[in-house]
Design a protein around this ligand. Structure first.
Ligand code: SAM
Length: 285
């Protein structure tokens, strides 16, 4: 007998899309336009399967009423965020950091009698960005000159923070890493590379949602923030909230790097855009 294939895959209706979109927006600031409905559907259908749920409506009810809903919100974040990153990403910005920003901050810190440099990679994904910053500072001999380097690396997703703290990477994420750094700061084993303890010790990892005022309030006294390639997921309203939180976390005169294709234009006037080594960096005035 010929059996006609019945497509039992759950379908996301426009109405439920709207409900799920509102939850996501309220909790992590990521805004999904109508055009992203298919993206959300394909990402979440896997989650439904894992949970043995038959429809997106059931999933919505789970997220709204179930006693385990807070745990599921985390799984939801993990399913929808994009974690693309690599070592030495957008080199011109890193040169601006190294040649322009770090020397200025060091000068200021020295005047205030402190020898601690506090940095924050505020959406660090699997950790390539904070380790890149750490390696650059080691390379410039900051620790040898008696500086204490403290890099906070945070993300909303545990799925990325776990591998980040393990510090093991495939060659692909190291594709832009200079050979001399590879030799000095990684131990190769087969196809994988483990960051040395010396670099890893500079970085501490924490789960922080950029949209959560309570979590954000815990971070203060930062000299340099990297918050790159995450603002693109937010609408202007969410961007304004995140930027206001980051502003409060920075020391006066501190610097904020956003992604190469991101800008604070029309988002805030609290920061002064400064052009350093052909990159725009935002300074807290
Ligand atoms: C594309 S990666 C950027 C990684 C790195 N900053 C870079 O530029 O290579 C974006 C990261 O932002 C994180 N993210 C998304 N929404 C967030 C939120 N509300 N709070 C904290 N992190 C968030 C994602 O989990 C993801 O790891």
């Amino acid at each position: 007998m010929l059996t006609l294939g019945i497509n039992t895959k759950p379908k996301l209706s426009n109405e439920t899309f709207g409900l799920l979109r509102d939850i996501i927006y309220a909790r992590c600031g990521i805004s999904f336009s109508e055009a992203k409905k298919y993206f959300l559907e394909t990402r979440l259908v896997r989650r439904l399967e894992e949970m043995n749920l038959k429809s997106f409506e059931d999933y919505y009810y789970f997220l709204t009423y179930d006693s385990q809903r807070e745990k599921e919100i985390i799984n939801l974040f993990n399913s929808i965020v994009t974690n693309e990153t690599s070592f030495f990403r957008d080199l011109p910005q890193l040169e601006a950091f190294r040649r322009g920003v770090v020397p200025k901050v060091i000068e200021d810190r020295e005047k205030s009698g402190s020898k601690t440099l506090k940095m924050w990679s505020a959406a660090c994904s699997t950790g390539e960005e904070p380790l890149t910053l750490g390696m650059m500072l080691l390379e410039d001999g900051l620790q040898i000159k008696g500086w204490n380097i403290d890099i906070l690396a945070s993300d909303i997703s545990d799925n990325v923070l776990r591998p980040a703290s393990a510090g093991v990477y495939e060659k692909y994420s190291l594709r832009n890493t200079p050979e001399s750094y590879l030799k000095k700061y990684f131990q190769a084993s087969g196809e994988s590379y483990t960051a040395t303890k010396k670099v890893r010790d500079l970085v501490r990892y924490r789960k922080i949602n950029l949209m959560d005022p309570i979590e954000m309030r815990m971070v203060r006294g930062i000299d340099i923030i990297f918050c790159r390639n995450v603002l693109i997921y937010f609408d202007d309203n969410s961007k304004k909230k995140v930027i206001a939180h980051l502003y409060d976390s920075l020391n006066k005169g501190g610097y904020l790097f956003v992604g190469f294709s991101e800008s604070l234009h029309n988002i805030t006037r609290l920061f002064r855009p400064v052009s350093i080594e052909r990159s725009v960096v935002y300074q807290k005035v």
